[in-house]
Design a protein around this ligand. Structure first.
Ligand SMILES: Cc1cc2nc3c(=O)[nH]c(=O)nc-3n(C[C@H](O)[C@H](O)[C@H](O)COP(=O)(O)O)c2cc1C
Length: 173
């Protein structure tokens, strides 16, 4: 039994890494991601030291966060390594360059965040990368976030995913 499953299901995203102009880019699934500060705007994610993504983030000091709906694709990006295959070709990914950083973004994402690494914390078998959000864009977005929030997948564990219920609960004053 894995202790961290007590903290799932949790939103799962796709981390983009590398540098578009250098032709070295990659995408991986990531559920261990969190906002960290509003001012400055910071997000962090925990990355296994074995991942190709780890190597690219260490080298280019940037990453992107891409919110996508398709959990089949998320699983593919989370069960193959850019070390062994070119995921962009293998999974027919449409990629664009960031507006502020040269980081790769998934074109059809519900949201893209471009992050510059400002801190790295060495934590056992993972490194926690903290990124300052230099630019972000989101579709169908309002004060409470995505209008269609039920499209953002949650990772339960392994091959299991779920989506938020459409029913919003507003607590009483
Ligand atoms: C749903 C899901 C969530 C994942 N979350 C993380 C995560 O938060 N951190 C991490 O290092 N790996 C995570 N992984 C595993 C990586 O995505 C996986 O090891 C991937 O093959 C790494 O790709 P890369 O070698 O191309 O970087 C997750 C996998 C899945 C399927």
């Amino acid at each position: 039994m894995k202790f961290y499953r007590t903290l799932h299901p949790r939103p799962v995203v796709v981390i983009g890494s590398g540098e578009v102009e250098k032709g070295e880019i990659n995408f991986m699934a990531c559920a261990w991601i969190t906002p960290l500060s509003e001012d400055p705007p910071l997000v962090g994610f925990s990355c296994s030291k074995e991942n190709y993504t780890h190597r690219l983030v260490k080298r280019f000091h940037q990453f992107s966060v891409n919110v996508i709906e398709d959990c089949e694709l998320i699983f593919k990006l989370g069960s193959t390594s850019g070390e062994e295959i070119n995921k962009i070709e293998a999974f027919h990914l449409k990629v664009k360059k960031g507006k502020f950083l040269k980081v790769p973004l998934l074109e059809e994402a519900l949201a893209n965040l471009e992050c510059l690494v400002v801190k790295e914390v060495d934590l056992g078998d993972h490194t926690f990368f903290v990124g300052e959000v230099k630019n972000w864009e989101a579709k169908n977005f309002e004060e409470y976030g995505f209008k269609e929030f039920w499209r953002v997948p949650l990772h339960k564990g392994g091959r299991a995913f779920c989506y938020p219920s459409k029913r919003l609960i507003f607590v009483q004053k």
